[in-house]
Design a protein around this ligand. Structure first.
Ligand code: ASP
Length: 342
């Protein structure tokens, strides 16, 4: 019997149409998208589809949408072999990261894809992305297990682990990269899977979590950042965690006003996390004098997690734990392949 895949449409360029008067792209519904791909009839997979009530540009995605997606997957988990999420590329790396944390015990493929050009345009990248994503979601190994039992992003011939992915280009079809982890598969004449890069098969039930806490902030450091501004930003009431995106291997200014703004926030119980602004490589707090103060005040280093993974992991852990210590500890544990080297 052929494998079954559930297509979940959220919106994004893939399904958009240009307003004939202004040329501005607007999200369209699933029926429009399906009309544009008659090839879907010929894919040897049993396909079903569902969609958000209103298709959205992915800039409007919120944590509640991630929870909604996780719930759709949980509800349909036993009825399908895999899932394809059609999503705008702009925030796809955040959604892929969030889903990887929310879907605990996932043993089936959840493949996110989209496109840089709408599906109805002549040079579109949408059809290849969609059809190959469906094939990957349906693929089984010799033992009948899913080839990719994890959340992944498929774009322009490459499959990446979702929580390792970053969007690196606003125009190229090759819009994504996974700087700290190899591609899980490459599609050419054949789809070649790199087994050693893919999470191992697991059995057991799926648990879709339903809480994320968005009382978080990101502060991107820059030369000359004012301590007074940082102090102001960290004074936001209800703020539980802030991700500092730092220089190089996790460094920041030694300016006393900046350091004391961080220290004050720590004293009020705000969790501080350290992810590097570099696309590749990891945070090594204490290697330079410019990260020594972070060690002293208990800033949590995020190793080689992407900003997208570190932020969504923090939201996920804050949703699960009310105490800072459990969240801080959780940030240092590998939950689903989001950090570490091969
Ligand atoms: N703005 C679009 C979105 O993220 C871009 C895309 O789909 O690639 O929804």
């Amino acid at each position: 019997m052929s494998a079954s895949v559930l297509l979940i449409y959220t919106g994004g360029t893939i399904g958009m149409l240009a307003d004939p008067r202004t040329g501005i792209l607007h999200p369209m519904d699933l029926a429009h998208l399906e009309e544009q791909v008659p090839e879907l009839e010929r894919v040897k997979v049993r396909l079903a589809s569902t969609s958000f009530e209103r298709a959205i540009d992915s800039s409007d995605i919120r944590p509640s949408d991630w929870i909604r997606l996780a719930a759709i997957i949980q509800k349909n988990y036993n009825d399908f072999d895999g899932f394809v999420v059609l999503h705008g590329s702009d925030t796809m790396a955040y959604t892929a990261s969030a889903l990887s944390f929310l879907l605990e015990g996932l043993a089936k493929p959840v493949i996110l894809t989209g496109s840089q050009l709408p599906i109805g345009t002549i040079r579109t990248d949408a059809k290849e992305n969609l059809i190959t994503a469906i094939e990957i979601a349906a693929a089984k190994d010799e033992d009948g297990h899913a080839r990719v039992p994890e959340v992944a992003v498929y774009f322009e011939y490459r499959l990446f682990r979702g929580n390792r992915t970053v969007k690196v280009h606003a125009e190229r079809f090759e819009a994504f990269r996974s700087p700290n982890w190899p591609a899980l598969a490459e599609a050419g004449v054949h789809i070649r899977y790199d087994r050693s890069a893919i999470l191992p098969h697991r059995s057991g039930p799926l648990k879709a979590h339903d809480r994320m806490d968005d009382h978080v902030a990101v502060i991107r450091l820059f030369p000359g950042i004012r301590g007074a501004w940082v102090k102001h930003a960290l004074a936001m009431p209800d703020l539980r965690a802030t991700l500092l995106t730092t220089f190089g291997s996790g460094n920041g200014p030694t300016d006393p006003e900046f350091i004391s703004a961080l220290r004050e926030a720590r004293e009020r119980g705000v969790i501080l996390l350290n992810a590097t602004q570099c696309v590749g490589g990891r945070v090594e707090q204490g290697r330079y004098v410019t990260s020594q103060a972070f060690v002293g005040m208990g800033v949590v280093p995020c190793s080689n997690m992407t900003v997208e993974a570190a932020l969504t992991k923090a939201m996920f852990l804050l949703g699960r734990h009310s105490d800072a210590a459990s969240v801080e500890h959780g940030m240092t544990e590998v939950l689903c392949g989001e950090m570490g080297l091969r």
